[in-house]
Design a protein around this ligand. Structure first.
Ligand code: WTA
Length: 657
């Protein structure tokens, strides 16, 4: 799109009314806002009734010891039973739960709820046999194959919290997570398919296990391995167990037990402002309620007829809430795709939508922008007329991407729900409702019924319409994080200290209220970047860079990027003994970051500089570096300890060295 179109769209004041047929039959209607506001707890009690409990709660919410919440106090349930068995018991065993599509063409499999029940039971039996009991942690490092979902549900079934580590993370990143949550067992695969080729996973698990043992003295007892690609793997008989020789042979019956509503369901690591990732803890009853309710309300799910597809990876929270727990608790039929959007051809996603008649589609703005670049001919070549609701998540959606998504993918018919939430919130907090809210390109609109949010000043004053500030959630909600694994203090400091007096949750995002009072989320206000919808910490990448022997100091910023939202840009000072670092220094450092954290954190750009801009108190002024990275004139330098530093950096860059 030309710049002119872009600025026209930014001034865009078109509004899209909900389609009449959708509005007429919407799951949630306007009255829900007032009903939820007048009695929040009653509203949330009603939502929890979507689940089957073996014992109902005595109290909806216990908020007597904030910020430590307890939801559905005294209630008991099993999350896997709710996601699987109860649908079978209700006579829907033959309904497809997952249409799984492998990356190699024709490698596909549709799994019914009854089949899922049998497989989850087998995996639960095997995990038990491997010594996993309720409360033990199981790490999952897998490609997007059905066994990944089966493993998560099997863990839930036996009350063993899982921690899924994104398959793109390095062995180092995996090792620190294994240690942090003291994982007893790791479930992995020999590899998965990425861009047409097998990509290994098991070697990273072997390395991570060794590192966790040598470095941190932590022993992973067993590694359960799915054979997916058939590639060669190292094998240790004392530790490694093949899935096909254990799970596939195990009994298909497994007696589940009910757990307390507050029993830990999983730990999901996410980047914070320090170098150490935070293990976000979610528990059972409240989390599952939040996922089931939002998936039903925000996507207007009709489980009997819809075919739903969320393109996230299960290694992120979106995959947890909107592939596993929400859709399955609701008995939905969904697509699960293993590979990349453009393999083996650019139109693979649209082919999948056509083949399965997908009706609800949930993806990220970064993906939409890359399709826009490829041109509309590619989606236009497929029949996408089954689509009726489109969702967006992970980063702000720019108006031109929103309009393209609605027009080209949605044929101009479909509402786009721009859903704001976080790993910490567990489920969607701010979003239009497709049958109620008119669409406004670029705005996430207002909190969904049951959720209370505001945009406030530093001092905690609600900002008037037309102004910006910090996004806060002003009331507790069922799927809220309960703590940071093993670090209650960090939990309080990070989210609850800024507005301690008011008792509000500080989200770390900036937002603005427009003249109608609708919310526009602007992005992080801390040292967290958002690259292609993935959260990365500047500090974590800086520590990865300085761990390289040639690097003395490093500063990382997230620079605007037209494709990925933000991109990682690093400035490094080399050690004296490293000289100019050699010709390949930039590539060497980029690969070092990949090895330390993973490919997603690999800087787009690394600049070797003689100095870094610092204040008199030694704080790096990232604002100035961002100016350089975004090719802007460098801003105010008067607070620098040495104001000539920026000239040095700019001079160095123009000289091309
Ligand atoms: C950003 C992903 C604008 C935001 C579910 C948040 C968004 C962070 C949106 C959480 C949206 C997510 N509009 N920004 N619709 N959705 N974000 O934990 O900065 O991976 O704080 O959870 O992504 O990222 P996380």
């Amino acid at each position: 799109m030309s710049d002119e179109t872009l600025s026209n769209l930014l001034k865009e004041d078109r509004r899209f009314e909900p389609p009449a047929d959708l509005a007429a039959d919407a799951n949630l209607t306007e009255e829900a806002y007032a009903r939820a506001a007048s009695d929040r707890e009653a509203f949330w009690a009603e939502q929890a009734e979507r689940l089957d409990w073996t014992q109902t709660w005595d109290r909806v919410l216990d908020w007597t010891d904030p910020p430590f919440a307890k939801w559905y106090v005294g209630g008991r349930l099993n999350a896997a039973y709710n996601c699987v068995d109860r649908h079978v018991e209700a006579g829907r065993g033959d309904k497809v739960a997952i249409h799984w599509v492998g990356e190699p063409v024709d490698d596909k499999r549709s799994i019914t709820y009854a089949e899922l029940q049998a497989e989850v039971s087998q995996a639960a039996n095997t995990l038990t046999e491997l010594g996993v009991g309720a409360g033990d942690r199981v790490a999952i490092y897998m490609p997007m194959i059905p066994e990944a979902v089966v493993t998560m549900l099997a863990c839930a079934r036996i009350g063993a919290p899982h921690t899924v580590v994104f398959g793109g993370f390095s062995s180092d990143a995996l090792a620190s997570r294994l240690t942090d949550c003291q994982a007893k067992v790791v479930v992995t695969a020999d590899g998965g398919y990425r861009r047409g080729a097998p990509s290994a996973l098991k070697p990273a698990v072997d390395e991570a296990r060794a590192k966790a043992a040598d470095r941190d003295g932590h022993t992973v007892e067993k590694v359960l391995v799915v054979r997916r690609t058939g590639q060669e793997v190292e094998w240790d008989d004392a530790v490694d167990v093949w899935w096909h020789e254990s799970v596939a042979q195990a009994p298909t019956e497994h007696q589940w037990e009910a757990f307390d509503s507050e029993h830990p369901l999983y730990v999901m690591y996410t980047s914070g402002t320090t170098g150490k990732p935070k293990g976000i803890l979610h528990t059972t009853g409240g989390y599952l309620t939040g996922c089931a309710y939002t998936h039903w309300a925000v996507f207007d799910l009709k489980p009997e007829t819809d075919v739903y597809w969320c393109t996230a990876d299960i290694g992120w929270v979106t995959g947890h809430s909107y592939i596993v727990y929400g859709p399955l608790a609701n008995g939905a039929t969904q697509v699960l795709y293993e590979g990349t959007p453009d393999s083996p051809e650019k139109g693979r996603w649209w082919q999948i939508i056509e083949e399965y008649g997908v009706t609800i589609f949930y993806t990220a703005p970064t993906a939409i922008r890359s399709f826009m670049k490829q041109g509309r001919e590619i989606p236009d070549a497929r029949d996408l007329s089954t689509l009726r609701v489109l969702g967006s998540v992970g980063e702000p959606i720019n108006p031109e991407a929103y309009v393209w998504y609605r027009e080209v993918v949605g044929g101009g018919r479909t509402p786009v729900v721009d859903t704001w939430w976080q790993t910490e919130t567990g489920s969607i907090m701010i979003s239009p409702l497709p049958g109620v809210t008119h669409g406004k390109p670029g705005s996430a609109m207002i909190p969904i019924p049951g959720i209370s949010a505001d945009v406030v000043t530093e001092e905690g004053q609600s900002v008037p319409n037309g102004s910006g500030g910090y996004l806060v959630l002003t009331e507790p909600w069922p799927s809220m994080l309960r703590t940071i694994w093993g670090d209650d203090q960090r939990f309080k400091d990070t989210y609850w200290s800024r507005y301690a007096q008011q008792g509000w949750y500080f989200a770390g995002d900036g937002a603005k209220k427009d003249d109608d009072g609708d919310l526009w989320v602007l992005g992080r206000v801390d040292d967290v970047m958002n690259v292609s919808g993935h959260r990365l910490s500047t500090t974590e990448i800086e520590s990865a860079l300085v761990s390289h022997p040639k690097v003395a100091e490093a500063a990382v910023v997230g620079a605007q990027d037209p494709d990925t939202g933000q991109a990682v840009c690093a400035f490094v000072i080399l050690r004296d003994e490293a000289g100019d670092g050699g010709d390949d220094i930039v590539e060497e450092l980029r690969n070092h970051v990949r090895k330390e954290i993973g490919a997603i954190a690999k800087p787009r750009q690394i600049m070797v500089v003689p100095e870094l801009p610092k204040t008199r108190s030694g704080k790096i002024m990232r604002r100035l570096l961002r100016d350089v990275a975004e090719h802007r004139e460098v801003g105010d330098v008067t607070t620098l300890a040495d104001s000539t530093v920026m000239d040095l950096i700019s001079g160095k860059l123009t000289s091309g060295k």
